[in-house]
Design a protein around this ligand. Structure first.
Ligand code: HPA
Length: 248
């Protein structure tokens, strides 16, 4: 693998990654439209990679407005073969408390109305990707080994339920998702993971739980509470990524 084939997609709470040693920033346009932010070519822990802020540098794009195809295509065109994608999520099942870092191994897609495929008919051929295991096993192992070596507790498996947003869910929606087998709920996991697979890019998620999902506590979910969890939790996510990139 050449040095620039790894990318980190930063989500809510990780628009900027102060530990990066920036080499260059390149604004990219694609046939699918504008990329959320310039690609940041950088070094982290001695490893060259590309960082992309999913929602834009200033976090201006809500999850349903992110141009996932443009973001993924830009990374693909830059030669990226591996992506670690950071997401902030709500916790549904008991082990997924706020502050937990989880490495999802499955996903259920509840999103709607998103441009979700590169295989959209003519002029392209009809293609159906295998998506039995949406996250790349070897990249997941790199994250797990990094967590181990840091003594950082992570949940090694979780099913991520991807919702449309931008509103949070109702208590009944979360009950249904739990019944479906979801451990986490977030708004950006799809179609990103599937688009990566369509481009044959190895993709792993790293999810920080920032609140209990709707109906899991009596408390109203506030952006202030979420922001507090983001501040402390993303510091741990950055530690994890800094070690993991050396193991990919
Ligand atoms: N629901 C959906 N997306 C989220 C949540 C949530 O509770 N928390 C963070 N992202």
């Amino acid at each position: 693998m050449t040095a620039t084939t790894l990318a980190i997609i930063g989500g809510t709470g990780l628009n900027h990654f102060p530990d990066l040693e920036i080499i260059a920033r390149s604004a990219v346009d694609t046939a699918y439209g504008a990329v959320a932010a310039p690609l940041t070519h950088a070094r982290l822990n001695g490893r060259e990679l590309i960082f992309l802020a999913r929602h834009g540098d200033d976090h201006r794009l809500p999850p349903h407005r992110v141009n996932y195809r443009a973001n993924l295509w830009a990374l693909h065109a830059a030669g990226v073969r591996h992506i670690i994608a950071v997401t902030a999520v709500g916790g549904i099942t008991p082990a997924m408390a706020p502050g937990v870092i989880a490495l999802p191994d499955q996903i259920i897609d509840y999103t709607a109305d998103r441009a979700h495929t590169f295989f959209d008919g003519p002029p392209n051929s009809v293609e159906h990707i295998d998506f039995t295991w949406p996250y790349d096993a070897s990249l997941r192992q790199s994250l797990l080994r990094a967590a181990d070596s840091l003594g950082l507790p992570v949940q090694p498996k979780a099913t991520y339920g991807a919702t449309q947003g931008p509103r949070l869910e109702t208590a009944a929606e979360i009950r249904r998702m739990e019944h479906d087998g979801c451990d986490l709920v977030g708004m950006t996991g799809m179609p990103e993971a599937a688009l990566a697979r369509e481009l044959d890019i190895a993709y792993a998620g790293c999810s920080l739980v920032v609140n209990w999902a709707a109906g899991k506590t009596e408390a109203v979910i506030t952006m202030d509470d979420i922001r507090q969890q983001l501040d402390s939790g993303m510091a741990q996510v950055r530690r994890l990524l800094t070690t993991a990139v050396g193991l990919v």
